[in-house]
Each structure stands twice: as C-alpha cells, then as structure tokens.
Write a protein that binds this ligand. Structure first.
Ligand SMILES: [Zn+2]
Ligand SMILES: [Zn+2]
Length: 266
C-alpha cells in the first residue's frame, strides 16, 4: 500500500495544498480533493484518468473544490482524447444531493462520456477488489455529516480522519492501524473547535495503538509551534509531519524488504 500526500494544509495556506490523499492498493483511491491538490497530482505524474474511486470526508471547500476542475477535465479528455473507466464517488449523507445538483447545473458535466456512480456511506465497509474501505462517523461540524476512512490491503491499514475532533469513534476507526493520518489543524496553544490539536492527535494514536502517526491538515499557526513534540507527549510511536507530495510505502505483511518511506518525489 502506498500513500501520497497531495495536500497537507488548509483552505488558504500559503505553501501547502489543502486536503487530498492518494492511496494505491490494487486500486487507485483518492481521499478528498481540496484546492491545489490537483496541481500536485499532475506534478507527480499520477494518472488522473485512471482514478476510479473518489472518497469525500465532508464538503467544506478545502476538501472538495478541485473536484470541479478534475471532473471538467475528465469529461473533455474522455470526449476528445481517450475513454476513461467509470468514476465511483463515495461520501457521507448528502453526497447524492450535492452531486446530482452539480451534474445538473455545471456546464458540460452531463451527460458525461463515462459512467459515474454516487454512493453514500455511513459507518459501513465496502470491498473494492482486494481492498476494504470502512467509513466511520467522526465529529467535526454539527451541520455536516462527516466520515473518516480506514483502508485495508495486503495486511496493512491506513486511516484518514478527515476533519475531526477527538472522539471514541475516531479511536475505534484508527484501531491498530499501521499509519494514521490525522487532522492536526492547531497547536495546543491555539485549539479550534471541530479539529484536533497535535496533542489530541497523539492521544488518538496512543489509545488506538497505531504504529505511526502522520500529522496533517495544518493551519499556518500550527507550524509556529513544535506540533511533533506535542503529539509525542501522548504517543510513543513514530510521529511525522506531512508534506505535500510526500510518499509513504507500507510493505505488505510478510514482505522481506523493509518499508521504503518518505521518499519525496521531486
Ligand atoms: Zn471541515
Ligand atoms: Zn478541513
């Protein structure tokens, strides 16, 4: 399993793209599609025309807005250049209504020259080939349905919190994961509602017994403090700060070679 960070910042971060994570198993999966993540995807040479499974944690624009550019491009490319496989979209309650309206209202979006499907997921597991994806409710905004995701493949597990406060549900979703990518919007000194501080991230990682914690989704203020140390106060395992275009390989269970990690693409 391979994770590539397309965006480790928030909506208007001056240096980081907003939320977006590419995960390769026997499938190509994308989790959230925030502003500037499409640019990173293109810069890395990842083939957006092979992307078949797109998951949304919720619909704040910092997790969503590049979908519009992506989909417009996909329609043009499939019409004039080459066909593409079907696109399957998954997200929390409200996903169907949002995409139906968008497909109806945005020029050129409909009819698309490829199949699309939209599936709402709440606390359930789906199987895609050899990959299992579990959606789990997280606490972020009272007005929005929000899901985090747990991806299992080849004996390895990677969890993405989406935007989330500390909750027992998030701890359960992260249970014994090899890698947990958690919403570290804020440092301990400047907590914000609906998100975690670095110390909250450490607490979740510790209580869930994860092997490695990847802090991500930074507001600029988070980088004015030592958030890695703050997380490590609660969690004994390895803590890493996410960077845009960072790659982490999780070798399948039983593989003899050690994991190849943090090889950032240039
Ligand atoms: Zn949000
Ligand atoms: Zn966010």
């Amino acid at each position: 399993m391979r994770l590539i960070v397309l965006g480790s910042g928030t909506n208007m971060h001056p240096k980081r793209a907003a939320a977006g994570y590419w995960i390769e198993t026997d499938k190509h999966l994308l989790f959230d599609f925030g502003p500037r993540t499409l640019q990173n995807l293109v810069r890395l040479g990842l083939d957006r025309h092979r992307l078949e499974h797109l998951f949304f944690s919720h619909y704040h624009a910092d997790h969503f807005s590049d979908f519009i550019t992506f989909f417009f491009d996909a329609v043009i490319h499939a019409t004039y250049v080459a066909p593409r496989p079907p696109l399957h979209i998954y997200g929390p309650k409200g996903t169907k209504r949002l995409f139906e309206a968008m497909f109806h209202e945005f020029p050129t979006f409909s009819p698309a020259p490829f199949k699309t499907s939209v599936t709402e997921l709440t606390d359930q597991t789906i199987q895609l080939g050899k990959t299992r994806v579990t959606a789990g409710t997280v606490v972020h905004s009272r007005k929005l349905a929000c899901q985090g995701y747990r991806v299992e493949y080849g004996g390895r597990t990677c969890v993405y919190s989406g935007d989330a406060e500390y909750s027992r549900g998030l701890v359960t979703l992260c249970g014994h994961a090899d890698l947990a990518v958690l919403d570290c919007s804020f440092p301990l000194e400047h907590p914000g509602k609906g998100h975690m501080t670095a110390q909250d991230c450490g607490r979740v990682a510790h209580e869930a017994g994860v092997k490695r914690l990847l802090l991500s989704h930074f507001y600029p203020v988070a980088e004015q403090y030592d958030v890695k140390r703050q997380a490590a106060e609660k969690f004994d395992g390895r803590v890493t700060m996410a960077k845009d275009r960072m790659r982490i390989d999780l070798r399948s269970a039983g593989a003899t070679r050690p994991s190849q990690e943090d090889l950032r693409f240039r």
